[in-house]
Design a protein around this ligand. Structure first.
Ligand code: SF4
Length: 362
């Protein structure tokens, strides 16, 4: 395992917002306010996302006065790399420092179908899932769209050195994306835009713990982005034990919202189902899950979870995992078992983190 520490400062400097937070339309509006032509915004986007420069001074086809004006109003990235680790299987974990001293994690996973990055949307989380260490300190703050975009650009710059690219994005890192909805949508527009990072909607997945009103809103956005629900239990009672959000947004209502999403978009939905030994991993649970998902265009992703010290959750035995999978398959449900990556660097997805981590550095 390689580990590089690049930077350890925790002091906030003079804060200028990141230009990565601006959609192309917003940047065009800003240009118009400055008396500039809209094509200047496109040029800036090309410098940011195609050439991936780190200073306005490098944007040499812009007038000097405009470059200077941009530099007085914006920074490019507000993220600093604190730690970069590479696992034996190629998985990379990044710890980035934000302008106010908080730190966040981003993970790059290597699959045979390409490079996938898992981004964080909040510092901490207020959802309170019982298996998740990210929520223990509560929510510190939402990330701005530019702070989410910057995670992708930072990782892409590392991949540039290897002649590779970020092929897909999963919004499954720390935080509940729908709890930071407006910034999430801006982020999605920027990374998906042909003049932005141009990552296809079908290569982006957003996962929620189940904030129902936002599921309806997301369905109505009309995007082709993949959608996943952290389900983890087939009944209301059991889900409430694992995920307290189920009290506010109970399972039957959640399933109504999911069915609306599928009808509205014609897209299938993925259900993330963490297997917790002796809790939700019995055949009866698999059968209840079959009942719950009956007739729904969906896919189930089984995630064998390691020991969770805060809750004494233990790993499901191998045979039991396969028996659970077989039960779903037998009833025609599409199912996969998630391959684990980056074990030696603790790179499990932020949604199912099994080890406590320090979420903040200040
Ligand atoms: S699993 Fe996700 S939504 Fe649940 S507490 Fe952790 S970060 Fe928040």
């Amino acid at each position: 395992m390689e580990k590089t520490i690049e930077h350890t400062s925790q002091q906030a400097e003079i804060y200028l917002p990141s230009i990565y937070s601006l959609t192309l339309e917003q940047l065009q509006a800003w240009m118009a306010e400055q008396g500039e032509k809209p094509f200047r915004a496109v040029q800036v986007y090309e410098w940011l996302y195609e050439k991936r420069v780190t200073s306005f001074a490098e944007m040499t086809n812009l007038p000097k006065s405009l470059r200077e004006k941009l530099a007085t109003q914006f920074t490019i990235t507000t993220l600093k790399t604190l730690v970069q680790q590479t696992s034996k299987d190629g998985t990379m974990k990044f710890l980035f420092e934000l302008h106010d001293g908080y730190s966040i994690e981003t993970v790059l996973m290597r699959h045979d179908y390409g490079n996938s990055i898992c981004v964080t949307t909040q510092v901490g989380c207020r959802i309170g899932c019982t298996f998740c260490a990210s929520t223990l300190g509560g929510l510190k703050r939402h990330l701005e769209a530019g702070e989410i975009v910057a995670q992708v650009v930072k990782v892409q710059k590392v991949l540039d050195e290897q002649g590779e690219r970020v092929d897909s994005i999963v919004v499954m890192g720390i935080g509940e994306p729908f709890d930071n909805y407006d910034e999430l949508i801006k982020f999605l527009k920027i990374v998906n835009h042909p003049k932005g990072l141009h990552i296809g909607a079908r290569h982006i997945t957003v996962s929620t713990s189940g904030i129902i009103p936002k599921i309806y809103q997301f369905a109505d956005e009309g995007t082709q982005i993949n959608f996943a629900i952290s389900l983890h239990a087939p009944t209301t009672e059991l889900r409430t034990k694992l995920m307290p959000i189920n009290k506010a947004y109970p399972l039957p209502k959640l399933m109504e919202a999911v069915r609306y999403y599928v009808e509205k978009t014609g897209r299938r939905v993925t259900f993330e189902y963490g297997l917790f030994g002796g809790v939700n991993d019995q055949i009866e649970h698999a059968e209840q899950l079959v009942e719950l998902l009956k007739g729904l265009k969906c896919h189930v992703n089984l995630i064998p979870v390691n020991y969770v010290p805060e809750r004494n959750y233990v790993r499901t035995p191998r045979e039991q995992i396969f028996a659970f999978e077989r039960t779903l398959k037998k009833h025609g449900i599409n199912v996969t078992i998630r391959r684990e990556q980056g074990h030696d660097i603790d790179a499990a997805c932020g949604q199912l983190r099994a080890k406590e981590r320090k979420e903040e550095t200040r």
